[in-house]
Each structure stands twice: as C-alpha cells, then as structure tokens.
Design a protein around this ligand. Sequence first.
Ligand code: PLP
Length: 506
Amino acid sequence: MPCPFVGSMNQAFVRNYGGALMKQYGNFCPIISRGFRSLGVDETKCPFIQNNPIISDAPKEMTEDIKEAPAYKYENFFNDQINAKKKDYSYRVFRKVSRLAADGAYPQALEGAENRRVTVWCANDYLGASRHPVVKDAAISAIKSYGTGAGGTRNIAGNSQMTEKLEYELAKLHKKPAALIFSSCFVANDATLSTLAKILPGCIVYSDAGNHASMIQGIRNSRAQKHIFRHNDPSHLKELLAASPEGVPKLVVFETVHSMSGAICPLEEMCNIAHEYGALTFVDEVHAVGLYGKHGAGIGEERGIEDHIDIVSGTLGKAFGNVGGYIAGSSLLIDTVRSLAPGFIFTTALPPPVLAGSLAAIRLLASEEGRSLRAKHQAIVRYLKLSLLIAGLPQLPSVSHIVPVPITGADKVALVAESLMRRGHYVQAINYPTVARGEERLRFAPGPYHTTEMIDSLITALIESFHENNISFNEFMKNGACRECSMEYKVDIGYQEPLKYPKIAA
Ligand SMILES: Cc1ncc(COP(=O)(O)O)c(C=O)c1O
C-alpha cells in the first residue's frame, strides 16, 4: 500500500527533495507529526514509507534527521476536561428524538435506535408551527423554486426579495421601522450587543443577573463597563443607574419571559427606569414571540408597551418553528448593526426554506388561528400546573407557559428523566451550565397539541418516577417554601391575561 501522505504529492518533487520534504512537511503526516520514536515506531520500518517505491529507496539521510517534536499532550488535556464533566454529572449525552410532524403523531417522537414512540414535553416549538401544513408547504415550495441554500453572505449573493420581506414582516410585527435577521438569536444577541456596546463611546451596560448566555457573551465581547442588577429587580437597576455618570450612552439588557424559570419581567417599570436615566433598552423576547400579544409580538404587545422597547430581539427557532434570530429597532440603529457587526456580515445568509417557513409561521401566528393556538396553549399549561399541584408534586412559581419541576442534583434529575423516558415521556433534565448547580430541574413546555389525557399519563409517570428514585415530593418544598432559597411556594396556575380566551376543548 503506498503512503497516502507522500503518494498525494508530486512524485518528481518527492524524488528530488525527499529529505527536505520530510523535514518541512512532515507535520502534515499523521504518523511523522506525532513523532516516530514517541510512538515506538522505527521510521525506517514505517509501513507506508517501506512500501512506497520512492521513499523506501531514498537514501537513509533523508529520514535520519527527523527530530522528535516535543508535542503538547492534547488528547490527555481533552480527556481530563471530559472526565471532569462526567464526574460532576454535567457531561451531556444527546437523546436521539425524531419529532414527528404528521397530524395525529405530533407531539410525539421516535426515540433511540429502536424508534420507540414517546411524548415530547420539552420542545421549544411551543405552538407546533414547525409541523403546521402551511409552514411546511411554504418551505417545500421555496426549495422547489430557489433550492436549499442562500449561496452566500447577505452582501455576496445571499440577499433575496424573500430575505427583505421577512425583515419587513418582523419590523411590522414589532411596530418598529426596521429589522435585521441573523443565523440564530444567540448570534443576534451576541453580535448586536458586542457591536453597540463597543462602538458607543464609553458605553455602560446594565445586565440582568438572569440573562441568557448569548447576551452575557455579547456584553463580554464588547469589553464595555458593565453592572449586573438582581434578576427582574427594577429597584436595583434604578440604584445602579442613579450612580452612573450623566450624558454617557447606556444599555439596559434583559429578557421578558425567562427561559428556565418562566418568570416574566416587570417590563414597563424596567423600561421606564432605563429611560429616566437616558439608557436604551435591549429586550430579549425569545420565549415570548409567537406566544403573547394579539399578533404574537410578545409581552411588549400583550401589555401594549412595545414602544418602551428600543431594541427587541427574537428567535425564528422556537414558537415560529424554524431557525434564525433577529433584532428590530430604529432604522439607523439597524443600519449601524448591519454595517458593523461581524456576526452579521461574515456568515452565510438564512436559506430559502427557512425564510419562507418563517414568513408563513409569523403570519399564521398573527392571525385568528394563531390566537386560537395561543388560547389552547395557555389552557393546557394551566391544566399541567393544576395537575402537578393536585398531585403534590413540586413546581417553581412560573407565571408563563414554562413549567419547571425542581429536582435538586444533576444525578437525581437525570434519573427521574430516565424513568420518565422508560414510561414514554421525554423531558430533558436541565443542569449546569444551563442553570446554576443546585437549581436542576425538569422543564416542561406543553403545547396546544398535548391533550389532558397525555398530561394525566405524565402525572402518573412522574409520581412513579419520583418513587422509583426515592425522591420525596417534599424534598424541594417544605412548609410552603423552597428549602434551598426560601422562595415562597406559590403556584400561579396561569398567566392571567389569556384567561379571557375560551377553555381548551375536551
Ligand atoms: C433567552 C434566550 N435568548 C436567546 C436564545 C438564543 O436563541 P436561538 O436558539 O435562536 O439561538 C435562547 C435560546 O435558547 C434563549 O433562551
């Protein structure tokens, strides 16, 4: 067998410069680069070189002077990193769940190698938009006309009528003059915050302690001065802003619906405080878009205060059932980010099926059908919260559609998730770094296609799984308060606004 390394090179070059070649390009050879001697291999007996008619005949001095490189033990380093993750139970093994899209099959999935049917409780495809016929048809039809890929960055062949139509639709949804789409909302948050906080002279950032990693990363990348205020605490924000210098650009950054607790921020109060001190508000509505407000624009719309938000960020990957992220705001601000943010400029644009699918989903969720889906969504969420309460199972006091069931300990929460899976219910165990250590949980996100029968079956499975793993129902809650953090155990069985919507059909 000829040497694949040497064999791929120009043979005349190899013949003439074999020795120099070994010295200069040996690093590219998987065997030479690791050092013959450190591997216990005698280079003159390298099976490839020996069998290569050119090199095996080469004079000995060609290979003789190869030095053993003092290589860093990369693999050992990676092995230590992984072992540390395994030791503290934060090592992740992804579940193979193929979520089904057909009517009657959703929200079920085929799980594992055996393709076992399970009910999915933790997808962020909150309203089933990813499998809605209108959304699927739009994506399929876009592929037929325009193919699967955008073909380039926005500047180089990746911009189309549909790209701009989607941005127009998003701007309209949020009642802003302009919008800009990104590969994901992680990128949107990171690129926007890092760019704005870097270019605004002397900018100071005020960041909520509960902020998502994408915003934290953007703020860090900007290297701007930052202050962290207590999660959803307007008085702390005010205290920090009051101590800040006047006339300096400031950004106040927070989420409306918190992704892991389901808390909803006091939006109006926080925006008013930010504006009182001359700051711009950057508000992540990722877990609210599609889900709240008459047209699904989020908590800002639900509360009639969209104009309080200067820059809104959202995702196309959750309630809108596709992938991608965006910001919306003033025309000049959007143009500035478009012109200066590397995370926007140097990457392939969103592809035609995603653009078409997202457009269809946004329009669907802004329509009467969207309102009906939202009403069913809130009703089934209330049913789950109530069922947990009646069963005496713990739940964190969420006021939104996210229902967290706390099970302290990464090992314990994983065991309960495993027990549930055996019973046909898939909910992902949430642990560090998604939540802090000690705040592990199961995070349920029921949707309008989950039935009350599915929830009844889930509750039975939860009770059995708690028992199976010797987890007391009261382990987390004691005397009406959380043992760990003294948080009052008060279950809000539903976000109040949508109570006016009709009850879910039996
Ligand atoms: C609050 C929040 N912001 C931003 C993102 C990033 O959104 P995307 O999934 O579109 O990257 C997430 C993702 O989970 C999130 O929870």
